[in-house]
Design a protein around this ligand. Structure first.
Ligand code: ARG
Length: 557
């Protein structure tokens, strides 16, 4: 019989460092007295040198207190790896394909793309740090009927050469609005737009050239956002929807010949009985329209097949808005039914909630328009610049700019990452830029404070000193520092960067408690060296943790 040991950090100090709560369940299953069973477990337990105290509490909890020396040595060796920022080899590395950011290129990136981009990038960094092989896929939307409208607008405007187009598309959002207005009000224009869609899909050279020119401009906008945000996506990670065009006719044939797709009102659909609407009728996945055109779902099917077969993914992660959950689960199921995905390959939709304004409605500009991402980032830096300048007048202009960039962008990213991924959250400048609370500036400042300690001590760092843990505040800090790798493992598995944020926040809090309780620079030699090393490990951990979240640290702020 197997029952889990259920070991976890103790809820309260008096229960030791860890508690094992599994005995109660085991005793129940064995129909025996839990306290007696706990005694038997302890008799078998070999924690010589690891724990200095093992006790039974209550009906059969086992409380474990770690040996100070063991804890110190464990932390010394873990921190040696962290300080080197070493990618630790995972026991069994996964090949993880990560689909994130993936904006539509017809419009400019807006706040709706922020969460996917930021959360996806943090998870990618953690996975890579843990030694997994990660393949980023930016599944940008570069295909579909909107492009007919945009091409027609380019053509009528004479914005057909790259230089002219570059100026016209400086405000992509504006260009899109104009095209849409024309499309809605001018039937002749709408007819031309539809004609262009057909031509484009038919491979007409002129239309393809215009389309490519548009796509290049639009991608340049995205890349500007990526570089401002400091996300690790590059041009090489772009695998647009259109990349799958040539696979689609054959893919659809295969679905049909396997009896998975049927004609319905002229369209070709996959009906899977596990997806029923409220009325009990199956909600189909349309893979080919009656006019022969393919859809979003069709290219997503082709993408799965490519990711599993060509890229050899063992895990495929989709950081996509919660509203696309049905779409993705249907596409996953269809791909499995078609036999393109092995049962052991994991397809995971990691949904996220919506970013809300103060009014509790989806985040908009004052006039009700969508907020361009690039403008949001400008505002973040401006606000941070103002705060830095007010707080500290000694910094040069250049220093202020550098600090404002790290703090402003960091604050926006952290505010998003720190929230439970699946809930909606309210975007608030003041909370995210606050120096108190679970924010980027708070952690960045905690780092700065530790670094300034070393400057005052006129030491570069405290590498090498032996740790001695005697004060309760030292032990608690050390225990927290020792949890770091476990936290990362959970973040990688559940794609929940908020757990890393919480961990760093708690760590910074325990550091402050330690720092108040235990003098560092005034302590006698061996204790001072040990405490400096604890400071060092804390700083390294905060830096590494923030780095894994895609957030910069500063030496001063
Ligand atoms: N382009 C889509 C959008 O902006 C997101 C694509 C997500 N990835 C995917 N494989 N469907 O809504």
């Amino acid at each position: 019989m197997h029952t889990p040991a259920l070991v976890q950090p103790s809820a309260r100090l008096e229960f030791g460092d860890f508690q094992a709560n599994g005995v109660m369940g085991a005793a129940k299953a064995l129909k025996t007295n839990p306290r007696q069973l706990a005694e038997q477990v302890i008799a078998q337990l070999d924690l010589e040198g690891v724990a200095h105290k093992v006790e039974i509490a209550g009906p059969g909890f086992i409380n474990i207190s770690l040996d100070n020396d063991w804890l110190a040595r464990a932390l010394e060796s873990a921190s040696a790896n962290h300080a080197l920022n070493r990618r630790r080899p995972a026991g069994q590395p996964d090949t993880v394909v990560v689909d994130y950011s993936s904006p539509n290129l017809a419009k400019e990136m807006h706040v709706g793309h922020l969460r996917s981009t930021i959360i996806g990038d943090a998870v990618v960094r953690v996975l890579e740090y843990l030694g997994h092989y990660v393949i980023r896929q930016n599944h940008v939307g570069d295909w579909g009927t909107q492009f007919g409208m945009l091409l027609a607008h380019m053509k009528l405007d004479g914005a057909t050469d790259q230089a002219h187009l570059h100026t016209r598309l400086a405000d992509l959002e504006q260009f899109y609005r104009e095209a849409k207005q024309r499309y809605d009000s001018d039937p002749a224009f709408a007819a031309t737009a539809r004609e262009y869609v057909v031509k484009l899909q038919g491979g007409d050279a002129e239309c393809r050239r215009l389309w490519q020119a548009f796509i290049n401009e639009s991608l340049a906008h995205c890349e500007e956002v990526y570089s401002r945000l400091g996300v690790t996506l590059t041009h090489a990670h772009i695998k647009p929807e259109s990349a799958y065009n040539d696979d689609l006719p054959q893919l659809v044939d295969e679905l049909q010949s396997r009896g998975l797709a049927q004609e319905s009102d002229g369209a070709l659909c996959v009906f899977l009985p596990e997806f029923k609407g409220k009325d009990g009728a199956v909600i189909p996945v349309i893979v080919r329209k009656s006019d022969g055109g393919f859809l979003y779902a069709t290219s997503d099917l082709a993408a799965i097949r490519y990711r599993v077969r060509e890229l050899q993914a063992t895990r495929v992660l989709y950081f996509v808005d919660a509203r696309q959950h049905l779409h993705l689960t249907q596409v996953f199921a269809a791909a499995r039914h078609a036999g393109w995905v092995e049962p052991e390959t994991s397809l995971e939709h990691l949904p996220f909630g919506t970013m809300m304004g103060e009014d509790g409605k989806p985040f908009k500009t004052r006039s009700g328009g969508t907020v361009k991402l690039i403008e949001l980032l400008d505002e973040a830096e401006q606000r941070a610049y103002k705060l830095v300048s007010e707080r500290n007048t000694e910094f040069s202009e250049e220093q202020r700019r550098t600090i404002a960039r790290a703090v402003g962008i960091g604050a926006v990213k952290y505010a998003d990452l720190a929230k439970n991924r699946t809930s909606d959250y309210i975007f608030n400048w003041d909370t995210m830029l606050a120096m108190e609370g679970n924010t980027a500036p708070y952690l960045q400042y905690a780092y700065v404070r530790i670094r300034s300690l070393f400057r005052r001590a006129e030491l570069p760092d405290a590498a090498g000193a032996a740790l001695q843990l005697s004060e309760p505040a030292e032990r608690r800090l050390a225990l927290k520092l020792n949890e770091f790798d476990d936290v990362l493992a959970v973040v990688a598995n559940d794609c929940t960067p908020n757990l890393l944020c919480n961990h760093l926040f708690e760590l910074a809090g325990l550091f402050m408690t330690f720092y108040e309780a235990c003098p560092v620079l005034k302590a006698e030699d061996a204790v001072k060296a040990s405490r400096l090393r604890l400071c060092q490990i804390t700083a390294d951990t905060i830096k590494l943790g923030l780095n894994l979240l895609g957030i910069e640290v500063l030496e001063q702020m």
